[in-house]
Design a protein around this ligand. Structure first.
Ligand SMILES: [Zn+2]
Length: 127
């Protein structure tokens, strides 16, 4: 008798999606995971104030983690599409909306949905 609320589901899903993309980029180290936890915790308050925004949380958490990584770690995720030129990060679109995707603005392409970056990066790492 204590069903998981849609809000908790959204936060849990956001955490899982962003972690999947971090694993795909092989940056899911302990301190990076804690960045995701902090981003999810930060958005919990936001979505509690605005439950209609539950579907937007994954994209917001992805952007929060991206910002946090930029300060500590560097650009993430690096664009896997453009073979030449300066390395650059993908961006989340829409910035505030459902079904967030990683896009490369330089090439003007959608690279992958948030949570599915592994496929765009060439599948799981060799074991
Ligand atoms: Zn690119």
């Amino acid at each position: 008798m204590d069903p998981i609320s849609p809000l908790e589901q959204a936060l849990h899903a956001a955490r899982a999606l962003v972690l999947a993309d971090l694993v795909a980029g092989r940056v899911a180290e302990a301190d990076v995971v804690s960045l995701v936890e902090a981003a999810v915790a930060g958005r919990r308050w936001w979505v509690e104030q605005w439950p209609e925004g539950a579907g937007f949380v994954a994209g917001l958490v992805a952007q929060d983690v991206q910002d946090a990584l930029l300060e500590r770690y560097g650009r993430w995720p690096l664009c896997p599409v453009c073979g030449s030129g300066d390395p650059h990060a993908l961006e989340v679109e829409p910035e505030l909306g459902p079904d967030p995707r990683w896009v490369c603005h330089r090439a003007g392409v959608v690279v992958a949905p948030v949570g599915s970056l592994g496929a765009a990066l060439g599948g799981p790492p060799p074991s």
